[in-house]
Write a protein that binds this ligand. Structure first.
Ligand code: PLP
Length: 491
């Protein structure tokens, strides 16, 4: 019997849930075409249901968000932007894109929103190029007495191109918690511009604005990026604005990690980037709890350049994902979401306090957002070993370098934990206490494996007492029984 038939026959019509019916019907149908894929989807659901998700960059989107993404909208090309397309028949996509942008404008109180970027990395590329085009390219075209790029001679165009790739970008280093797209050497951001990185203070691990102000004075970047992937503190955007203004730099904020906390008004005043930044980029799938994707918010002066994300960086948008973004942004425009985002931070602080009480060092000594980074030196484990041991115990985290990490970015000396997903499940302080206790038990009963060839301790393999792992798994199971993921979908 199909999954849907089984579900319908086990429920009265009052008990049936429309999202569950849609989901089960979709799985049944996918199975007729590719049983491998339908079974991977089901297996992923089972894995997520049986593991505690503490990955700071992930969340659980709603079934409405997921269903808005899985439909015929994926078939449509819509290059351009709403009401300004290079394809016929885009009326409904116009309406979807406009709805998503309007929801964002209402949510963040920004002047302009662009919802096409497929991811956070794309959003950053769109933003960086929009700044370069608006600030460098367009005035240069005017200096040549021309109106558009197409009117330039090859020599004139080459002069502008050289100028574009010689602009300076400043972003937080990966070592301090910044993101690859903020000027990391192995990323295109440091190849299309000259990248200079800034660090947190080596002792406090917090950003020292007076040191940054001096560095910015020296370097005089065209673009200053504020934002991070692995830093547990708020940033003061009023100070960042002042620093950018001191050299006429454009301030770009990447709020990918904490967008949900800005949307939910947990980050307010000087910690809300919208009033201070020229351009704000974000992902949609972390604390904001939408589908995987990105967006750009900006002041009106940058809107024309941002709307030209296609052709400057992107090809066609993903209309199905824009629809899912619109649904998620509507969900975030609610009192419920405000309460949710405050709870994310409350949970992070509860979890952090438990670790501190057990004398585990946290980077910067605590957290003010949704994430924390544990320094594992107390346990004699690398991040990679801790990640493996915890996964065995059904707890999913990711390893993360700590500032000035001696183990490097592959093995690392830390793990990063975030509370957004577990807060979506409804967990609170009591559950955070229990989770901290399970993590402590697993880490304190794990030790490095031995490299057979050398007899030396390994940086990768780990040995954890099997009784401890079994006990941890039972405790995780006991927690998750009370906070089921997508309980409407009965599989
Ligand atoms: N910016 C920041 C600050 C991030 O943390 C991330 C991803 O983790 C990105 C950009 C890139 O997002 P995506 O993986 O969607 O490209």
């Amino acid at each position: 019997m199909s999954r849907l038939k089984k579900y319908l026959s086990s429920k009265t019509s009052n008990q049936q849930n429309s999202a569950a019916i849609a989901y089960l019907a979709a799985l049944d149908h996918i199975e007729t075409v590719s049983p491998t894929i339908s079974s991977s989807i089901i297996q992923e659901l089972q894995d997520e249901r049986s593991h505690l998700k503490l990955i700071a960059s992930e969340n659980f989107s709603s079934l409405a968000v997921q269903l808005a993404m899985g439909n015929l909208l994926t078939d449509k090309y819509a290059e351009g932007y709403a009401h300004h397309r290079f394809y016929a028949g885009c009326d409904n996509i116009d309406s979807i894109e406009e709805t998503a942008s309007q929801e964002l404008i209402q949510l963040f109180g920004c002047e302009h929103a662009y919802v096409q970027p497929h991811s956070g990395a794309d959003a950053n590329l769109v933003a960086l190029w929009a700044i370069l085009i608006h600030k460098i390219q367009n005035p240069e075209i005017e200096k040549f007495g021309k109106k558009t790029l197409d009117e330039l001679t090859p020599e004139e165009y080459e002069k502008i191109r050289q100028l574009l790739v010689n602009q300076k970008l400043m972003g937080m280093s990966l070592n301090s918690g910044g993101h690859l797209t903020h000027g990391y050497r192995h990323n295109i951001s440091s190849k299309m511009m000259r990248s200079v990185l800034y660090d947190v203070d080596p002792k406090t691990e917090i950003l020292d604005y007076s040191v940054l102000a001096k560095q910015v004075q020296q370097e005089r970047p065209t673009i200053l990026i504020a934002g991070y992937s692995a830093h547990p503190r708020r940033l003061n955007f009023a100070k960042m604005r002042e620093i950018a203004d001191s050299v006429g730099a454009t301030l770009m904020v990447d709020m990918a990690h904490f967008a949900g906390l800005v949307a939910g008004k947990v980050f307010q005043g000087e910690f809300d980037p919208i009033p201070y930044a020229d351009i704000v980029t974000s992902t949609t799938h972390k604390t904001l709890r939408g589908p995987r994707g990105g967006f750009v918010l900006c002041k009106q002066s940058f809107s024309e350049a941002i709307n030209k994300g296609c052709p400057s960086v992107l090809g066609g948008p993903l209309p199905n994902v824009m629809a899912a973004k619109a649904v998620a942004f509507k969900e975030a425009n609610s009192l419920n979401f405000k309460q949710y985002s405050q709870k994310i931070v409350d949970n992070a602080q509860s979890l952090a306090n438990c670790f501190l009480q057990n004398d585990i060092r946290l980077v910067t000594g605590g957290t003010e957002n949704h994430l924390m980074i544990l320094d594992l030196s107390k346990f004699g484990l690398t991040g990679r070993q801790a990640e493996t041991a915890l996964r065995e115990a059904h707890i999913t985290v990711n390893r993360n370098a700590i500032p000035n990490d001696l183990q490097g970015p592959w093995y690392t000396s830390g793990i990063r934990l975030g509370t957004a997903a577990l807060t979506t499940l409804g967990m609170g302080k009591d559950e955070m206490n229990e989770i901290a206790s399970v993590i402590f038990s697993v880490l304190s009963n794990s030790k490095p494996g031995i490299v057979q060839k050398t007899g030396q301790p390994s940086k990768a393999s780990v040995i954890t007492d099997s009784t401890i792992i079994n006990e941890a798994k039972a405790r995780v199971k006991n927690l998750l029984i009370h906070f089921p993921l997508y309980p409407e979908i009965e599989i």
